[in-house]
Design a protein around this ligand. Structure first.
Ligand SMILES: Nc1nc2c(ncn2[C@@H]2O[C@H](COP(=O)(O)OP(=O)(O)OP(=O)(O)O)[C@@H](O)[C@H]2O)c(=O)[nH]1
Ligand SMILES: [Mg+2]
Length: 416
């Protein structure tokens, strides 16, 4: 987005303060760097801060904060505390760091979402997430939020709401939820219509920046935005994919991140939910980075959304792998960018849908042919014969549509 610099006079510089609490803190700091760049800011170093005991007022101890301030003294940098802070901790930490701006991880992520939301639904969802994050933190601390000045944490639709009181925020949250609910219902309608065409649906899901949009583009010429930044995609795009003469609908949607702020998950709940109402999910991972964590995060998010959609694991960015060991069994290795492994992926998809189908013999009384006609679109008819009291039809359908046909399933006579 090249024209963004027009109104951002200077790129915000951000110093990461990474609390050292558990293993994997270096990866977390590296991810924070990617988040900072995705927010259009620049990373200005990292300080690792061991936390022996959380100071309730400032999170980090006095000595630690002094060391950080010494290091940053005179530099116009914002501090990203790569964890979650309460509003008063944010204020106190800022005071201890010479009054410089301090943001936490959730604020940064919400900012990225705010700048990347394109559709009106996406914007509403981000606003809802921002307000839900701010609301419980607004205990007369409006000042804490409004004194941040500009830059990260002050952008997006939430910005103008910062000075408003809790009552108005609550009203706005209610209005946003109602509006999103309306959009959800509209989407359900589209989905039912689509279900009527009985096209098989596939969704690309997975960790952010793994190449989901690139894969959609390669498979369908969708031309959606794909970029080396986190949360490039917030909106859902669906395109037709043809494999061996069969048509599927392929959907690309928002990606996941470990410890994604809860307000965001709940705001994007219906987007994710509808993406997961598919016949097959392709879980895309980045074979060149921490694919284990990516898969774990994705599966945890699926569980949280109570989805039990069948999935295939797609290891993308595999063009320069020298070993295929250590990847989950059955992974399909592709390179969306260089178009490798795509035929194998298509074969696996076709194979899944062959296996996902079942055959059934129906006995439809003549009087019920009208009702049966409503179901026809969900199945291929393999054979059709006229009997005295109705028709016998052999069908093939996706297993999860079988229940629709059960009222007409032919009663197989028991022995004797
Ligand atoms: N080396 C390599 N890079 C790839 C491959 N596929 C995608 N990329 C790069 O990975 C980055 C992210 O790609 P996207 O398609 O935007 O990823 P995404 O999963 O849609 O990411 P979000 O929408 O941000 O969650 C881009 O810079 C792509 O060019 C690949 O097969 N190999
Ligand atoms: Mg994307």
């Amino acid at each position: 987005m090249p024209n963004e610099t027009q109104y951002e006079t200077e790129q915000e510089k951000i110093h990461i303060v990474q609390p050292v609490l558990q293993q994997g803190y270096r990866e977390l700091a590296a991810e924070a760097e990617a988040l900072i760049e995705s927010a259009g800011a620049a990373c200005a170093g990292t300080t690792y801060a061991e936390v022996r005991e959380i100071n309730p007022a400032t999170y980090l101890g006095k000595g630690k904060l002094e060391t950080i301030e010494e290091r940053l003294h005179g530099l116009p940098v914002t501090v990203l505390f790569n964890g979650e802070l309460t509003p008063s901790q944010t204020l106190n930490m800022s005071a201890a760091l010479g009054g410089r701006k301090v943001i936490d991880r959730t604020t940064l992520i919400l900012d990225i979402f705010a700048r990347n939301a394109k559709s009106s639904e996406g914007k509403l969802q981000v606003e809802l997430a921002q307000l839900k994050y701010i609301y419980p933190r607004l205990k007369g601390k409006g000042e804490a939020l409004s004194r941040l000045g500009g830059g990260i944490g002050t952008r997006g639709p939430g910005e103008t709401k910062l000075e408003t009181d809790r009552r108005r925020i609550r009203a706005r949250i209610g209005a946003l939820e109602a509006k999103l609910q309306e959009l959800k219902q509209r989407r359900e309608l589209v989905r039912t219509r689509r279900e009527k065409q009985a096209m098989c649906t596939i969704s690309l899901i997975g960790y952010t920046n793994t190449g989901k949009s690139t894969l959609l583009n390669f498979l369908t010429d969708a031309g959606v935005y794909a970029e080396n930044r986190l949360f490039a995609t917030l909106d859902t795009t669906t395109r037709k994919l043809s494999i061996d003469g069969s048509d599927y609908l392929l959907t690309d949607t928002v990606g996941f991140l470990r410890d994604l702020p809860h307000s965001l998950i709940s705001a994007f709940h219906s987007t994710l939910e509808s993406a997961l109402q598919c016949d097959l999910a392709l879980i895309v991972c980045d074979a060149q980075s921490d694919h284990e964590m990516q898969l774990r995060t994705t599966l945890a998010t699926l569980a949280e959304l109570k989805s039990n959609v069948p999935y295939l694991i797609v290891m993308n960015k595999s063009e320069s792998l020298t070993s295929f060991d250590g990847y989950p069994h059955g992974s399909i290795f592709v390179s969306a960018k260089y178009g490798r492994g795509i035929d194998a992926l298509k074969n696996e998809i076709a194979r899944f849908f062959r296996g996902a189908r079942a055959e059934l013999t129906l006995h439809v009384p003549y009087a019920a042919l009208g009702a049966y006609a409503q179901l026809k679109k969900y199945a291929d008819e393999l054979s059709f014969s006229y009997l005295d009291d109705g028709v016998r039809i052999r069908i093939r359908t996706l297993r999860h549509y079988l229940y629709k046909f059960m009222p007409f399933a032919e009663h197989t006579p028991q022995n004797g």
